[in-house]
Design a binder for this molecule. Structure first.
Ligand code: HEM
Ligand code: CU
Length: 508
């Protein structure tokens, strides 16, 4: 497979291009830049929490701004654009079409991201990525809060445009010889996640508008002083954002479906069960949003319904994990860097899922809710599963994008350090939650256990941070000076057989 082996071109040619690999490259560079920006904020948070009292951050307001922008950046400006990068590069090639269905729309969807990112970063809002009302309505300082709201609006529109493009490309533009069942699982993952986006995003778009008019004082949807209800916001928010977590994780699983069989040198154990599990996940993603709200005084019946709806995601997730394990079983596995990240990501996906079952069980959730357990839990997903799958895929696509090889040793060191760091930070945060530490706090009392565990977590974060510097050096250095890749078999798997897609779409 050859993707984009071109002589270097002036940057403006890429910026004004609508070709799918050019737009993919823009998405890729943007998302990696935001990964580092959001990661820097994570290090600031962890440095602050190394000890009780104020360390490097002056006050709690600044702290709140930092973790709000940290979370918003890594979810909306790293994970989602990174998936779009991969989808742009690979989906047209996988369905054997010359480009995305609507190339101009595709470029427009990308170009909405930089201004949205600028609004979020220049505003630096403080009301958490949840934009918590009534605080966000009554006292969150403007214009930061308004800039965040507009930033998210733009990102939502960009996601919807991207989703429409993926759906049409896959359903309408795929090669007539190819049945839907033959479409590779990575492309299927984009179909599934795009369908979720179309159903889920409009609800939050409406909620954002209501939040804005509440802030302007012309409505009181979520403002108790005007007869409104912040819990209504919680429903609207989670109706969008529980499914959204599947929008984040499904493409990462799709990326693992590319890596695992190739580096096990076996076909995927069951293509059809992979498709089935994606479809099932998309459906059940809508049956569980209120599991974020067990503590809001819902009736027992409501809670039970949402508990069952949440547990419905377990079989679908387990099907993917079994599929991966069965594929690796008896395979001739080659633990090159992408494979290490994918296998590590699956292990952490399993751990995250186990913690999720605890949260889903409503009596147990009363213990974990809003504690550091939750921070540990969702980070095992966002960092351990999604970022791991994505970074593994980045190593995998590197030779196809740049024509050069990354440094394998540095890639492995990056993985080992990140894996150890991730376990140190996020497993420890689970325990910290059980010891009673609430999330979203700037300072904490000097309880010896809390101090010890916060220090372990902070050291883990520094290990991840260091490994990311190694990663950055590897990417920059190797894309300019790395050894020329054999694009027929860059990973030495022993022949073209293992690289099923052979195509390059000429520029237009
Ligand atoms: C080294 C990696 C990371 C570290 C050390 C880290 C650390 C933290 C910490 C300490 C918080 C504050 C938790 C709280 O007080 O509630 C936080 C919040 C958050 N993080 Fe991370 N994080 C990392 C990576 C990521 C990634 C990769 C993502 C997403 C892709 C992410 C998404 C979030 C979100 C959504 C929040 C919640 C923010 C909010 O409540 O407004 N983090 N992170
Ligand atoms: Cu959820």
């Amino acid at each position: 497979m050859v993707l984009e082996l071109q002589k270097p071109r002036p940057i403006w040619q890429i910026m004004f291009s609508t070709h799918h690999t050019d737009v993919g490259l823009l998405y890729l560079i943007t998302s990696i830049a935001f990964l580092f920006m959001g990661g820097a904020l994570a290090l600031a948070i962890r440095a602050e929490l190394f000890l009780p009292g104020s360390q490097i951050i002056a006050d709690s307001m600044t702290f709140n701004r930092i973790f709000t922008v940290h979370g918003t950046t890594l979810i909306f400006l790293f994970i989602i654009p990174f998936a779009s990068a991969v989808g742009n590069y690979f989906v047209p090639i996988m369905v054997r079409y010359k480009d995305m269905a609507y190339p101009k729309l595709n470029a427009i969807a990308f170009w909405m991201i930089p201004p949205a990112g600028a609004l979020i970063w220049l505003g630096f809002a403080d009301f958490t990525w949840y934009a918590t009302p009534p605080y966000s309505i009554i006292s969150a300082p403007g214009p930061a809060a308004d800039m965040w709201i507009f930033g998210l609006k733009i990102l939502g529109i960009s996601s919807v445009l991207g989703a429409i493009n993926f759906i049409v490309t896959i359903l309408k533009c795929k090669h007539p010889d190819m049945s839907l069942g033959q479409v590779p699982l990575l492309a299927w993952s984009f179909l599934a996640s795009s369908l979720i986006i179309l159903v889920a995003i409009p609800t939050f778009a409406a909620a954002l508008l209501m939040l804005l008019t509440d802030r302007l004082g012309v409505s009181g949807f979520f403002n108790p002083a005007m007869g409104g209800d912040p819990i209504a916001y919680a429903h609207l928010f989670w109706f969008t954002f529980h499914p959204e977590v599947y929008v984040l994780v499904i493409p990462a699983i799709g990326m693992m479906y590319e890596i695992i069989p190739r580096f096990s040198r076996k076909p995927i154990f069951s293509h059809s069960s992979g498709i089935f599990a994606f479809v099932l996940l998309s459906v059940v993603s809508f049956s569980s949003w209120a599991h974020h709200m067990y503590a809001t005084g819902m009736s027992f019946t409501e809670k039970t319904v949402f508990m069952i709806g949440t547990l419905a995601a377990v079989p679908a997730s387990a099907m993917h994990v079994f599929n991966f394990i069965a594929t690796m079983w008896n395979g001739r596995i080659r633990f090159a860097t992408p494979m290490m990240w994918a296998v590590g990501g699956i292990a952490l996906f399993f751990s995250a899922g186990a913690g999720g079952v605890v949260n889903a069980a409503m009596p147990l959730d009363f213990q974990t809710h809003d504690s550091y357990w939750v921070v540990g839990h969702f980070h095992l997903f966002v960092m351990g599963t999604i970022a791991f799958g994505s970074i593994g895929y980045l190593y995998y696509m590197f030779p196809y994008v740049t024509g050069r090889m990354y440094n394998e040793k540095m890639g492995k060191v990056h993985f080992v350090m990140s894996f150890i760091g991730t376990v140190l930070v996020f497993f420890t945060q689970h325990v910290l939650g059980l010891y009673g530490m609430p999330r979203r706090i700037f300072d904490y009392p000097p309880i010896p256990e809390w101090i010890a565990m916060n220090q372990i977590a902070s050291v883990g974060a520094m290990i991840i941070g260091t490994s990311m510097v190694i990663f950055l050096i590897n990417m920059i250095h190797s894309s300019a000076k790395g050894k020329i890749a054999d694009t027929d078999d860059p990973f030495d798997l022993g022949g073209k057989y293992y690289y099923p897609f052979e195509s390059k779409n000429p520029h237009h």
